[in-house]
Design a protein. Sequence first.
Length: 708
Amino acid sequence: MGFLVVPPIPVLADEPPVHTKTLTPNGDGSYTLTLSVKGRSQISTEKTRANVIVVFDKSNSMNNKHKKETRLKVAKEAVNALADELMQNNTIDDPSRIQMSLVTFESIAYKERFGGSLWTSDLNAFQQAVDDIETPHDAGLPKYHGGTNWEDALKAANEVAQSSDGDPTYVIFVSDGNPTFYNGTKHNYTKTASGHYLLGTGHDEGKEGKKNVQECFGPATDDARNVVTSGNTFYAIGTFGDVDRMRDLVDYAYDGQQTDNYYFDAKDQEGIVNAFSSIVADITHKSYYRDVKIKDTLTDMVSATNIDGQVTTFKYTKTSANGVTTDWSEAPKAKLSGDTVTWDLSSISQLENNVIYSVSFTVTPTQKALDSVAAAANGNGLDENVLDNGDGTYSVYSNTSATLEYIRQKTVNGVVTDQEHGMSPYERPTMKVPLSQVKVEKKWSGDDISDHASKTITVQLKRTMTINGVEITKDYGDPITLDAGNDWSKDIVVPGGLEGDTTWSVDEISPIEGYDTSYSSPVIYSSYRSGNINGSTDGVNTITNTLKTYDIIMYKTSSTDGNAKTPLAGAEFTVFAEDGETIVAPAIATDNDGKAKFSDLKPGTYIIRETKVPAGYQKLDNDLRLVIDTSGNATLNGLPISSDHQGENGSSGYWFQIDVDNRVLGALPYAGGVGNIPFVGAGIMFIVFAVGFVLYCIYRKSFVSVAH
C-alpha cells in the first residue's frame, strides 16, 4: 500500500520541551517551588500506514491486584489508549491507514474476529473486543485453562501477520509471566484444555519452576524470530510479574542485535503507558523527548527547608493531557546535594505526549535574604540576587541557574533515525521578602527650643539576635545623624529575624554636654518563622535628652567664736540673674536646719543676695557670684566649689552647697541699782570694748565658706 505523501509539518527540531518553574506562597512564609516539564510528540512528514497486532495475556494471574485494580483492568485500559492514539491517524479520506488485530492467550491462543476479518480500523470495535477480555477463571473455563503459553500466542500472531495487506506490521506482545505451557500433540502431552494438547505444568505465578519455564520457553523462541524474519517488527512488554525470560525472547528474535527499543520492562501502570508511547512513536514515525534531566541550583537567598527549618521533602505529580493532576508515587526520586536539586527522568525514557511531569519542594527565605533587601531599601547596594520591584518592595531570586537537559529523538520501526541533545534554561522566579522599620527619634526635655536648635547628635542603631543559643549584639548600619533639619527623627528599614526575635536598641554616640540621656525600652520584633511574615513597622526607639539642672543649697550658720557653728533659721536669700536685678528665684528663708534650697537652676551666671537676716545678725554686704557651666562645673566668686560641697542625689539631680556664717552682734548691759561711779567706770570700759568689737565686726561681719 506504500506511503501517502502530505505537505511537511513542523517537527520538534531544536525546540525544547515546554518547561516552567514557579514559586507559590504557602501562607506561612514558605514557598512551594515547582519544576515542570511537558512531554510532546509530533508526527513527522512520513505518514506511514501500519498493521498492529496486540498479543494480550489473559492468564489467571492477570486477576492479581496492582494497587487497587487488577492487572487485567490496568492492561486493558493501556491497550485501549494505545488504539485510540494509533487510530487517530485514520481519516475520512483514508480510514484504513492504521488497522489493528487482537490475539489473546492463556493456555491456548485465540484470534479475535471483527465481523469476518482478523483486522479492523474501527476504534470502537477494537476497544469493545479489549473490554470483553476475561480470564479463564472469570469466564468459568474448565481446568488447565489459565496457564501461559507463549508458543501458541506467537504462532497465532504469525498467522494473523500473514493475513495482512502488505503494510508494515507490528506485533506487540504483552505478558505478565514466564511461560508455563507449550504445545504438545495427541501422542505427547501432559494436559489438555478444550481439546488442545499441552506440555508443562501450568502452575500459577511463583510456582512455575525454573525447569518447567525453560522447557516452555524454548519452543516459543523460533516463533518470535519468525515474526522478525518475516519482515515484521516485534515488541515485547513484560508487565507486573516475573517475566525475566522475555528479554531473552526479544534478543533471540532479533538474533542478538541491539534490542533496547524493542523490549520494555513495565512493573506498573506507568511503565505500560510509557512502553506503548514509545511504540506509538515508532509506528507513527514521531519525534519525542526522552532522557530528561532537570538541575536547579538555589541562591543563598533561599534554603530548601520548610518554615520550621526542616529539610524539604519532594512531591511528584503528573498532569494528563486533559488536565487531571495526580500524585506520582512511582516517580524517579529527586536529589538535594548542597544547594542543588537534580531530577533525572531518564529511567522513564520517553515523555508522554502532553503530559506534565512535576516535582515540588518547599523553600524559605534565608537570613541573608532578609538582610539584603533591607540593605537595598536603605540604599546600601543591590545584591545580584535581589530585585527592586520599583514600588518600595524587594524580591529575591530563588536560583542562580536552572537547566533542562533532554534528547529529542525520531524513530522508525524501532530504529533511531535522528537525535539531538539539547539544553534550555528555566526562568528565574522571585519571592517577595518583607521589610520592617524602626523609628529613631530624639526628644528634648527641660530646656527651650533655642537651647538645642543648633545641636547635632549621632546615634547608632543596634541589633541583638540569638544565634546558636548565644545572644549577639552588633551595630546595624552606619551612624545616624539627628538634627532640627530632620525634625530629630529618622525611619530606618531593618530586616526581620529568621529564627528568633530581634531586639533593636540605640546608643547615643556623641552625648550633649549639660544633658542627661535616657532611652525608651528596646523594640522587639518577633521572628519570620514565628509568623511575622509581613514585617513590623510600629517600633520606636526614643532618646530623651534632659537638660541638667542644679539645686543650690544655702547653709546659714552663726557662731560666737571661731569653731562652734549653729544652724541659723530665718535668713532669706534671693537668686538674681547676672544683671543683679532680674529675679530668677524669689527669696527663700532658711529652715531650722539652716538651709534654703533653690531648685532646677540651669547652667549660667547668678547673683545670690542675702536679703534678710534674723534680729541680732547683720546680713552680707556683698553679693555672691555663682557660675555653673554646661559641664556642671561651678565657681563661687571665682573660686571652684570643693568636691565635698557638690554631688548627685538620684532623682533629685545635681546640687551645690554654699555655707554662710554670721557672727552675733553684742548687746548693751542692763542699767541700774549700784551708783554713779561704778556706772561711769563701767561705761568708760564698755565704750572702749564696744569700739574694739565694732572694729572687729567691720573686719569680719560674717564668714562665707567658698570651700576651695
